[in-house]
Design a protein around this ligand. Structure first.
Ligand code: MSP
Length: 508
């Protein structure tokens, strides 16, 4: 059975979950669900990134210990993901003892391999990024991402010999052309490497809220250095070698473009330094924007761009969880930047969910009620929709397995469109009951059965609801997708339920 290990970035506990962070998580969740549906053995990891100066400062500002602050905010992520129907296999907090153990084991290995040395660091530091900049990288003397003042820092630290990995990284990029994707982001990462790599200071002496350096307890590891290793903590590095061999390197990391350097330069180099393979696949997505600005970005006055009025829980209450998931998967393809707006969400909801999918369900159920006494007929084994269904399965598989949920959903919606068009052409509501009407409706019911299988990664509760309305037992995810989505399995003779509209049209 193929194995598939998928990770989100771990989220900072300084911010509440917002639509931008939900974008990373829901895309991962749906991709993981597809792989489970395909019959793969899946591990899907998410969690929270809890150490570092930023968290220590936020806790101090609220008069609490960092761990108390982390407990509070981490649970907000747990709640938000539950509300968004995210089905992770593990939620990792970097404050957990298992993480300390793995980080210490991993970095001790790097140290023993000769890639960590002592030096003095002087630089310009942005607390919000938890990252250093050179003077040339600043914009108007401010952090280029947050537009906030940076601070001058000088301290004696331990350094990672990143510079020693330039050639090996370039070789890796050359040998594994698909490892960093999409190609535009791969080129960007390659640009960093070709521009020359400096060693990085990986410890802090001025901070206590972090993981202690085992060979120098006056220091803790720099938060990014502990954070990246979370991907190995969850699979038992330093604690369970068999588990590591099971899940590494069949690993896929999905993350946003602002953290490309950490994941596509530092992380593979760190793996090489510890003597393990780099991750199999790093996919870099773009940003959801509000009025052209990164949604959720912290501004100079401390406010965040457009997050409160479109908090995930507000959207779920307003649109329903599956409509929110659908929008985040369908609107902005992974890899690109795109605007997120309520108007855009309403427009897509009406077009794709109310008019297309919702209409198909309610039309079919209504006509089965009026022409077939509410009992669904069986499909025609050689229906012309059979080819459309096969194309949808192929397109969905292609989209989901190449980190293109948008294409997977487009392929699925082409099948919905084909079924609606077939109904409009045949107009069974105008015909007398009989074999012809039965054939048209049986085909439409079979399309709905297949659609409920194909949409299940994106819209799990809608998938189950449609399945139930068709009178089917079990769930659309009970069998591997190749078998479940093959044409001709709606048995006929089942009671089809009309029910309330799943996606009532919105007027706003
Ligand atoms: N803690 C680090 C990641 C460490 S991983 C070893 C971090 N956290 S974060 O909370 O700031 O961001 C986490 C993820 O949310 C990133 O992938 C980021 O791109 C994503 N997003 C945050 N705002 C976003 C948008 N407006 N649009 C799309 N994704 C966004 O970075």
């Amino acid at each position: 059975m193929p194995r598939f290990y998928l990770t989100t970035p771990i989220y900072y506990v300084t911010d509440a979950p917002h639509v931008g962070t939900a974008y990373s998580t829901i895309n991962c969740d749906a991709i993981a669900r597809w792989h489970r549906l395909a019959g793969d053995e899946v591990k899907f990891l998410t969690g929270t990134d809890e150490h570092g100066q930023k968290v220590a400062d936020a806790a101090a500002a609220h008069g609490v210990e960092p761990i108390e602050w982390a407990d509070r905010t981490s649970s907000r992520f747990v709640d938000a993901w539950a509300e968004l129907d995210v089905q992770y296999d593990d939620f990792l907090r970097t404050s957990e003892p298992r993480h300390t153990q793995t980080v210490q084991a991993f970095l001790t290995k790097v140290y023993e391999n000769g890639y960590i040395y002592k030096g003095t660091y002087e630089g310009l530091y942005c607390v919000s990024c938890e990252d250093y900049y050179t003077a040339g990288e600043l914009i108007d003397g401010l952090c280029p991402i947050h537009r906030r003042p940076v601070i001058e820092m000088a301290e004696e630290n331990w350094f990672f010999k990143l510079s020693a990995f330039e050639d090996r990284l370039l070789e890796w990029y050359d040998k594994e052309p698909g490892a960093v994707a999409p190609p535009t982001k791969r080129n960007e990462a390659l640009g960093f490497i070709k521009g020359g790599l400096n060693d990085i200071s990986i410890t802090r002496s001025s901070l206590r809220w972090g993981i202690e350096v085992p060979w120098d307890t006056s220091q803790v590891f720099y938060v990014w250095y502990d954070a990246l290793i979370n991907y190995l903590t969850a699979i038992g590095y330093g604690r369970d070698d068999a588990e590591v061999d099971t899940w590494w390197p069949v690993s896929h990391h999905l993350l946003g473009k602002e953290i490309i350097r950490f994941h596509c330069v530092w992380w593979p180099a760190m793996c090489m330094a510890a003597g393990i393979d780099p991750p199999a696949h790093v996919f870099v997505h773009g940003w959801l924007l509000a009025g052209g600005q990164k949604l959720g970005k912290t501004m100079a006055d401390g406010s965040a761009v457009n997050v409160t009025d479109i908090a995930p829980s507000t959207l779920v209450a307003d649109f329903g969880v599956d409509a929110v998931r659908y929008h985040l998967l369908r609107e902005v393809p992974l890899g690109a930047d795109g605007e997120f707006s309520l108007e855009g969400m309403v427009a897509r909801y009406n077009a794709d969910l109310a008019n297309n999918l919702g209409n198909l369900i309610s039309r079919v159920a209504t006509v089965v009620g009026s022409k077939c006494g509410g009992i669904g007929p069986a499909p025609d084994p050689s229906s012309s929709l059979r080819t459309a269904a096969r194309d949808a399965l192929e397109g969905a598989a292609e989209g989901w397995t190449t980190f293109a949920p948008q294409r997977a959903l487009e392929a699925t919606w082409r099948l919905i469109g084909a079924a609606n068009a077939a109904l409009e052409a045949a107009e069974p509501w105008r015909q007398p009951p009989g074999a012809e009407v039965d054939a048209v409706l049986g085909d439409a019911l079979e399309v709905l059965r297949i659609v409920s299988v194909l949409i299940s990664p994106a819209m799990p509760s809608t998938a189950r609801a449609i399945w139930g309305r068709l009178g089917l037992n079990g769930a659309p995810t009970d069998r591997p997708v190749a078998a479940a989505a093959a044409w001709g399995q709606y048995p006929g003779g089942l009671v089809v339920e009309r029910g309330e509209p799943l996606f009532p049209r919105r007027r706003d």
